[in-house]
Design a protein around this ligand. Structure first.
Ligand code: PLP
Length: 386
C-alpha cells in the first residue's frame, strides 16, 4: 500500500490552490464566479521578453545550462545587486531558491522564525526540509511587521533562520530602513541566525522600499536575498528566481539543485536576462496600474461594515480584518466566511488562516478592473444584505 513519507506528513495541498480549484470547478459547471484568489499578475509577459526567448531557442540555447545558472543571467543579477557572480544562483522560481536553502541548511528540529501572516509555502518548505517553523504573530495593530522585541523572544539556540518578506504576501507591508536596522541590531547579538529576505515584490512598491542588505550590510555574510521575475515582470510560468548570498551557501544550494532539477530552463533564463537588461518602462506602468487598483480596492472594502482594510505599501494584495463582518453574517471562522462568499455569492478569496493569521482574508488585485468591480460589489452586497 502507499506509504507517505514522514517528511511530508504535515504537508497538505495549499488552501490557495484548493480555493482556486473549487472556483474553477464551479465555473466549469456554469456558475458565475469571480476569483480574486491567486497571486499572479494579469498583465502579459512583455513582448520583448518573449522575443528574446524565441531567439534563444532558435540560436540553439536548448541544452542543459550550468546547474547554478547561465553566466550571462548570473552576471546581470550580480551587477544589479552589486555582488560577485559567485554569490548568485538561478533556480526554477523563487520557491525553489527557498527550498534549496532550507534543504541545504536545516537539520531535524532546527527552527526557522517567521512572522505571521506569511506566504503559506514558508512553513511547508521548512517542515518538508525537517525544520520547525516558529510562527510569531504580527497583527494589524503592529502593521503586520515583526518588532525587535518579538524577534528577540523567538530566537533560541536552535534558530537557524529568520524569514522576512517585504513587500509582504499577503499584507503588502514594507519594512522601513529604520525597522530593518532595528531587527538587524537584534540579529547582531545572535551570530548563528541567518536571514532569508524574500524581496520578490520589491519592484511593486507604493512607498520607498529598502533591501535588507542595504539596511544591514554588516549581516551580508549570513543573508540570503530571494527574488525573481514572476511578479514584477509577469513571468510566473517561466519559473525563474534567484538567490543572492554568501558563496558557501550558494554552492550548497547548487548541490541540492543539481540533484533535483539540474538547473533552470535554458530558454526561460534567456528570457529573464532580457527582462532584467531590456527596457524597464513597463515596470513603472504596471506599478502605477496596481497603485490605482489598490486605492479602489481599499476604498471599496473600507465602505463595507465590519471590514477594515489597511492600505498595502506594495505587492498586489489587500489583507482586511473581517471579524466584524464575520460576526454580522453568523460565521465563526474566516474559512467559513470565505466558503460562504464563494458558494453563495460567487467570489473566491483566501481566508487569513492560510497565512497564519485568522480573522482576515486575502484579496488579490492582480485582476482586471471588471473582475475587481464585480468581486467588490458582491462582497459589499453579501455583507450588507444580511
Ligand atoms: N515568495 C513570495 C512571497 C510569493 O508570494 C511567491 C509567489 O506567490 C513566491 C515567492 C514564489 O515565486 P516564484 O514564482 O518565483 O516561485
Amino acid at each position: 500500500s502507499f506509504h507517505r513519507a514522514e517528511r511530508i506528513s504535515r504537508l497538505e495541498i495549499s488552501e490557495i490552490v484548493q480555493i482556486s480549484e473549487q472556483a474553477a470547478a464551479l465555473q466549469a459547471k456554469g456558475r458565475d464566479v469571480v476569483s480574486l484568489s491567486t497571486g499572479e499578475p494579469d498583465f502579459p509577459t512583455p513582448p520583448h521578453v518573449i522575443e528574446a526567448a524565441h531567439r534563444a531557442a532558435l540560436a540553439g540555447q536548448t541544452r542543459y545550462t550550468a546547474t547554478i545558472g547561465t553566466p550571462a543571467l548570473r552576471a546581470a543579477i550580480a551587477a544589479g545587486a552589486g555582488v560577485a557572480v559567485a554569490d548568485v544562483i538561478v533556480s526554477t522560481g523563487a520557491k525553489q531558491v527557498i527550498a534549496n536553502a532550507m534543504l541545504a541548511t536545516l537539520d531535524p528540529g532546527d527552527e526557522v522564525v517567521m512572522p505571521a501572516p506569511f506566504w503559506t509555502s514558508y512553513a511547508d518548505i521548512v517542515s518538508m526540509a525537517g525544520g520547525r517553523p516558529v510562527v510569531v504573530p504580527c497583527g494589524m495593530e503592529a502593521g503586520f511587521r515583526l518588532s525587535p522585541s518579538a524577534l528577540e523572544e523567538a530566537i533560541t539556540p536552535r534558530t537557524r533562520w529568520l524569514m522576512l518578506n517585504s513587500p509582504s504576501n499577503p499584507t503588502g507591508a514594507i519594512y522601513s530602513a529604520a525597522e530593518l536596522r532595528a531587527l538587524a541590531e537584534v540579529l547582531e547579538r545572535h551570530p548563528g541566525v541567518w536571514i532569508l529576505t524574500d524581496e520578490i515584490y520589491a519592484e511593486l512598491n507604493f512607498r520607498p522600499f529598502t533591501r535588507f542588505t542595504d539596511a544591514a550590510p554588516g549581516l551580508r555574510d549570513r543573508t540570503l536575498t530571494v527574488n525573481g521575475v514572476s511578479k514584477a515582470w509577469s513571468m510566473t510560468g517561466w519559473r525563474i528566481g534567484w538567490g543572492i548570498g554568501p558563496a558557501a551557501l550558494v554552492k550548497a544550494m547548487a548541490a541540492v539543485q543539481g540533484q533535483v532539477t539540474s538547473g533552470a530552463c535554458s530558454i526561460a533564463q534567456a528570457a529573464a536576462l532580457a527582462a532584467l537588461t531590456g527596457d524597464q518602462a513597463g515596470l513603472a506602468t504596471r506599478r502605477e496600474e496596481l497603485r490605482a487598483r489598490r486605492d479602489r480596492v481599499v476604498a471599496a472594502l473600507q465602505a463595507v461594515p465590519g471590514i477594515d482594510c489597511p492600505s498595502p505599501d506594495g505587492a498586489f494584495y489587500g489583507f482586511p480584518r473581517i471579524t466584524g463582518a464575520m460576526a454580522a453574517t453568523g460565521h465563526a471562522t474566516d474559512a467559513e466566511f470565505c466558503r460562504w462568499l464563494l458558494l453563495d455569492h460567487g467570489v473566491a478569496l483566501v481566508p487569513g488562516r492560510a497565512f497564519g493569521l485568522s480573522g482576515h482574508l486575502r484579496l488579490s488585485f492582480a485582476y482586471s478592473d471588471a473582475d475587481l468591480a464585480k468581486g467588490l460589489s458582491r462582497i459589499a452586497s453579501a455583507v450588507g444584505a444580511r
